[in-house]
Each structure stands twice: as C-alpha cells, then as structure tokens.
Write a protein that binds this ligand. Sequence first.
Ligand SMILES: [Zn+2]
Length: 514
Amino acid sequence: MDLVADHNRRKRVGRAVWLMAAVTAGAACAATAQQPIGGLPVAKADPKIAAAIAKISPDNVKADIAKLVTFKNRSTLSSMDTDLPEGTGVTAAADWIYSEYQRISDECGGCLEVKRDDFIEPAVAGSRITKDTRLQNIYAVLKGTDPAQANRRVLVTGHYDSRNSDVSNTHDDAPGANDDASGVAVSIESARVLSKLKFPATIVFVAVAGEEQGLNGSRHLAKLAKSEGWDLEAVLNNDIVGGDNTPGNKAEGVPGQDTHAVRVFSEGVPSPATLQDLHTIQTYGYESDSPSREVARAIAEVSRTYMKPLAGGSPFHPVLEFRRDRFGRGGDHSSFNAEGFAAVRFTEWRENFNHQHQDLRTETGQLPDGKDGTVEFGDYLKFVDTSYTANVARVNAASLATFASAPGEPTNVVFPEVKITNGFNDNFSVISWQAPAGAPADTTYEVVWRPTDAPTWTNVKSAGSALTLKLDISKDNVVFGVRSVDAAGHRSPAVVPYPVRRATMSPSAPRKTK
Ligand SMILES: [Zn+2]
C-alpha cells in the first residue's frame, strides 16, 4: 500500500491525522515491502498485556511444532486406522494437545477448562470423508472473571491435522510443520501466556481437526457455538503462519518472504447475508464493513500499540487483505463466518507451495528464484521461521487480551434522526447507541470515522459516557463506527450505524441472531 499516494487522494476529512500517521509509518519501515497501516493515534499499551506477549518465545513455538511433527501423519482419516505405530497419527496428536493445555492449566492453578469434543463425522459421498470418521476438537477455556461479561468470547484456532500429496493418505509422512502446526502453536502459546492473567470476558484456545478434509472440525465447533448461544465476538484463525524461510523464495525483482508482515484476511460482506441484506448493505455503502472486517481493523490498531520495531526498523504488522481468504481458497474461519460470527484468517506473507500438501521428496527442477537445482518438497520444520510465528502469536495474544478486557461492542448503533420525510438531506450526523450487555459503569464510547475510500479508521472523537454524539460531518463522505472503551483504554472493535428504521435488519450485527 502506498500511504503517500493514498494520502494525496484525501481532501476532506482527517487530513492532518492521516498525514502524520503516513509520515510516521513511512519513516519507520522503509526497509520492508509491506507498510504498516497508518490511522488513529496509537493507543497506550496495557503493561500486563505487553509483559505477557513478551513471554512468547520462538523456542516454545519450535518445541510445539517439533512435537506435532513427531506424529508422522496427522491425517484426520488416520483416527480410524488400527495398524499405526504407537505414538503416531491424528489421535496421538490430539492426546498431546489435550495434555499440553492441561499442563498449562495446572501451572495456573486449574484456570483453564480443557475440553475434548469427540464426535463421528459421517461419510459423505464425493467428499474427503470417505468413511464414518472420529474427529476431536481440543480446546481450553479461560473463563471470564466478570459474570456479567463471561458469555462474551473471543477465540483463537489452528488446525492440527496434516496431509501430504494424497489427501486420503494416512501412513506416509505428512509433517505439516507450517500447515498447520504453526497455527496450533499460536493457540498453545497464547494460552500459555494469557492464562497467567485475568479477563472479564472469556478466551477460548482451540485446535481443530478435519480442515484438510473439508473444514469439518471448525464447522462442528461453529455450529456448537451458535447452538449454545455463545456471544462470540471475534475468531482468529491461524493457518500457515510459519513464515517459510527458504532461501531464494522470491520472484524476480520483488521481495520474497516479508518477515515483518502477516496477512489478515476478512470478508467484506457477512456470509449469511440474504438478498435483502445485500441490498441494504449496498444502499448504505457498507460493502467493506462486515463485523469480520471491523475485527481485522481492530487487530491492526492493537498491533500498532504492542508490536515494537524489529531489526530493519519496522514493527511486525498485519497487512489487511480485503477478501475472505486467499484467491479462491478457504479455511476454518469460513465455518464461523457461515454461522454469522466475525472471523479472520492469519497467513504468512508469501506461501511456498513446495512446502505444503507435498510428499517428502527431492526433484531436479526450477528453484523459487528461477534457477535450476535440487528442489526439496515437504512441510518440514526446518522451513519454518519460529521467530516469525512467535510474532504472529504476539499479535494474536495482544488482540485476544484487548478484546477480552474491553467492554463488548455497543449495540443498536443507529442514525436516529433519519426520517422518511426528509430522507438524508443534512450535512451533519447524529449517532446513537446502547451500552453492551454487562458493560462496566465507567465504560465510555468513541466514534471513529474514515473517508469512504480509506481502508482503516482515520479519525476519532470520544463521546465520554454519553450514548449519542452529533458531528458536523456529512455521512455521505465518511463511514462512521462506534466502539466501547474501558477505564484502562481497551477498545472493542467498531460497529457501523444504520438508519434507525433499518437497524433491526441483520447485516450490522448478524452474530447477535441467537
Ligand atoms: Zn491449513
């Protein structure tokens, strides 16, 4: 993203703030290809969160991934095999993940409730579940300490199943170090450091199976969350966050892996939107303001607070990708999107397809830099940059901790003055909202906004404890959002306002349809 060129297109609102952010960001990160996102003034760090994420270590990440690789082949279908060597296969991997969450819980006096959701996924003709198959989702729940807010949840997940070239092969090596032991390591390390803290809302640390067979584990969990009425505010899916470090993994003339950047994918329009919802979204220009996208924007803000400059000048940072997933591909967050939850996907900047879904082998052929040589195929630990994965884990853990500390998102966010008689013929904007369920008495609110062509929020104004704010800015020219703030400055993701007569429709907050 070219922030300076982007800035030159901004004429109306937020010019000074945007310019300052662009200059700061540009100066800080000249050494890398992907620029950190500018935007609002950087929020003050919570010292407890900063201390916790500093404890995430590449050595722990490496040990987690190395252990998962020892199970040889974590194909979900291997749960039905009876001839596997002891200590191999997906069930042995599930047992280890369970024991690891349990060990973390033991270290915090039993603060985690460790769960094993064990179920049979029935065979479906033409699918990758070729026979009735046992699946296990393993997760650990750090229950919120405020009874009024404990049903609010944020969730981090990765998939622990793996595959090689043949998606139904259960016996030959499929180390799956990057895809997706790295994502499981993010979940485990987040649990390890955050379990030492207390949060008013609940955090769920997850490892699912079945991703490679068709997102079966995440679909089961998302449906469970819906059926049990979880107020699930944000799902952070980590899949392929190993930062493949193969020398020469780049195209001619462009940088290769960016060790300072992780992609965060988010859908623009909620998956369950009906045709009527789509019409409403188009009418108000909210094609880039789904709850998932607001979570992605909030993650970028949290990152700016907590991620310090690395060697080379720029901080590790998310690059917001405004699409549901990589081009034409999918992942576990889509299962949560389908149930109406806000969910995003973290993936390394540049994938190396020789090191995903491949039988272990070498071939003579073209190296990533275009030269001929011996190409090594396979998802080995040696191609994972565990410092990179640790940084992804830090962004995840800081985001989870911030959202679980903040009050919930404001509800019933509306433009109350819009009447059918005068339509939208005014050049000011009044926005009103209601306090989220269980909000502490000292909760305050902020209205954020951005020009319609800006990717992230550029301006902010506090409403204090009021539940309404009038701004002398036309709603034609900007997108507004409202977010909750606790006394310590933790902020919820923003919620966009709909005209009051439309506010009962689903797209502004489809996850509240429980
Ligand atoms: Zn994967």
